[in-house]
Write a protein that binds this ligand. Structure first.
Ligand SMILES: Cc1cc2nc3c(=O)[nH]c(=O)nc-3n(C[C@H](O)[C@H](O)[C@H](O)COP(=O)(O)OP(=O)(O)OC[C@H]3O[C@@H](n4cnc5c(N)ncnc54)[C@H](O)[C@@H]3O)c2cc1C
Length: 486
């Protein structure tokens, strides 16, 4: 584990205190950034842990005690803000990046394994060799993919016209076959956007493909945590918040934000304690950062903060389903793979992070854009997915299933619908001292950990700007330069 980027908690506390509401990645980032700049910060989180949508829990499994992530998370080398977060909490080595992009892609019908890989050559040549040998597309399809990628490279993801267009229509206009969409564009697009191409804003799709694959050679190298998410986003983050001087109040739900009698804002909250069921709290602050999901932000944001706050309610949610299978033996040799021609999307080996011992193997299937299956009963999912895994992995055919369970996140991400861009508000609102953060705010990124951390950095920068304090602008730009060189 690397030593966290510690900065001594500063003693200069002249500016008025800040209350950050929401202890997901966005709120935790904002709190850390503001405390690092010397402000007095209180962080309110309604749950008994930090981490928001990216967390872990304990399960007493027939396979023994497991630490389970609510959903498999990956990041990419281009996620420079999230990498800053990992460094800041001392977790870089727990979530390492591949040296070079390498994704095993198994075609279920043909039983054939291909690889999506890059070389060390400059963009766009870094993908040329990998594409030339990618067996799941014909020669003509591979050439058409190359032409579309070059057209994509010329797009500006922030162009409002792209936001109103859907990704599938753009792919169709650029000569992409149904097979190319399945075996390449959606293979990357569905897990990163959490939507099929027809349901995705072209602006967000362009953001993903340009930033990941078409700007720097190493942008899409994949990072997977070797530790439970809770170690990174809760345990290590909480220790760093404490070290930075942040007062973190768990099990504390903000109920309202109103003008304080002598200026600034008064946050009312309910705190659950061991003794009392709920204890009211009142906190006065010069600045409030609202880092909660969009529906909760709509409820809490004071009148006058947004020109049309009902727009927040038009930002939809999209589900992700994770299917967890523990086998009594090893059935997969690779750390992860993805499948074509199968309901199975991405499969990850979670044996080590879960703490499973005894020679078995724990696989997590990450199923994005899962609206069709999010309410399917466990028994049916079990039948469907064990059969599929046996089809994809010969070693699974003779293995015993020790445990099978599912985690359902109905509001895993905001829905990246065409037109969503104009609904996402910036950090700064119309009220001085009221700021918004969250993966769903206007970061230009789809709903990712990167978007969440970026939003927290932006909100902190706005808050510091309004207090006249200089902000430390080192991260994440320093890492962007390193990513460019990779
Ligand atoms: C299953 C799954 C898989 C995913 N996979 C990936 C992936 O592979 N890569 C990736 O980059 N991203 C992935 N994501 C998305 C990523 O987890 C989110 O975009 C990110 O964590 C959102 O962080 P946030 O801080 O914006 O919001 P949240 O995590 O929603 O945090 C908001 C916090 O506010 C708290 N809160 C709400 N109301 C109140 C209140 N009134 N008072 C106090 N606290 C309150 C909530 O409890 C929560 O902790 C995935 C998400 C899920 C669910």
């Amino acid at each position: 584990m690397t030593a966290p980027e510690t900065r001594p908690a500063r003693t200069r506390r002249a500016a008025r205190p800040v209350v950050v509401i929401g202890g997901g990645l966005a709120g935790t980032t904002a709190a850390l950034r503001l405390a690092d700049a010397g402000l007095e910060v209180t962080l309110l989180e309604s749950r008994p842990r930090l981490g928001g949508l990216a967390f872990s829990f304990r399960r007493d499994s027939p396979a023994g005690a497991l630490t389970v992530d609510n959903g498999q998370h990956v990041h990419l080398r281009c996620c420079t803000a999230y990498q800053w977060f990992l460094r800041r909490v001392g977790a870089t080595e727990l979530a390492p990046l591949q040296r070079r992009l390498d994704v095993p892609v198994l075609d279920a019908a043909a039983g054939r394994l291909g690889r999506l890989r890059r070389t060390g050559l400059p963009v766009p040549l870094h993908l040329a060799a990998g594409l030339a040998t990618y067996p799941h597309l014909s020669l003509a399809e591979r050439a058409a993919v190359g032409r579309a990628a070059l057209a994509m490279k010329r797009l500006d993801p922030a162009d409002p016209a792209l936001d109103g267009t859907d990704f599938a229509s753009w792919l169709h206009r650029h000569g992409q076959s149904a097979r190319s969409v399945e075996a390449l564009w959606e293979l990357v697009g569905v897990p990163t956007l959490n939507a099929r191409a027809a349901d995705s804003s072209m602006g967000l799709a362009a953001k993903v493909f340009k930033t990941g694959l078409l700007t720097t050679p190493g942008g899409a190298d994949i990072g997977v945590s070797h530790a439970p998410l809770g170690d990174l986003h809760d345990i290590l983050a909480r220790a760093e918040l404490e070290r930075a001087g942040v007062r973190t109040m768990l099990q504390t739900r903000a109920r309202g934000i109103a003008p304080a009698p002598y200026g600034g804002w008064r946050v009312t909250a309910d705190r659950r304690t061991a003794q009392t069921r709920e204890q009211p709290e009142e906190l006065d602050a010069g600045t409030v950062v609202l880092a909660v999901p969009q529906g909760e932000a709509h409820r809490l944001v004071p009148d006058g903060a947004l020109p049309d706050k009902d727009r927040l309610l038009r930002i939809g949610d999209a589900p992700i389903l994770n299917i967890h299978v523990v086998y009594d033996r090893r059935v997969l040799r690779r750390p992860f793979f993805t499948a074509l021609g199968s309901p199975v999307q991405w499969v990850f080996d979670r044996t080590v992070p879960s703490g499973l011992t005894g020679g078995g193997q724990y696989l997590a299937l990450s199923q994005s854009a899962a609206a069709g299956e999010i309410d399917t009963p466990v028994a049916e999912l079990r039948r469907r997915y064990l059969r599929e895994l046996a089809r994809l992995l010969p070693a699974a055919r003779g293995a015993n299933v020790v445990d099978f369970f599912v985690t359902r996140e109905r509001t895993a991400t905001f829905a990246p619908d065409p037109g969503v861009g104009r609904l996402r508000p910036p950090a700064r609102t119309g009220l001085p001292g009221v700021l918004l953060a969250g993966a769903w705010t206007d970061t230009g990124w789809p709903a990712t950990m990167e978007s969440a951390v970026r939003s927290g950095i932006t909100a902190a920068r706005e808050a510091l700007g309004s207090t006249g304090r200089a902000h430390d602008d080192e991260p994440p730009h320093g890492t962007e330069r390193r990513a460019a060189a990779a």
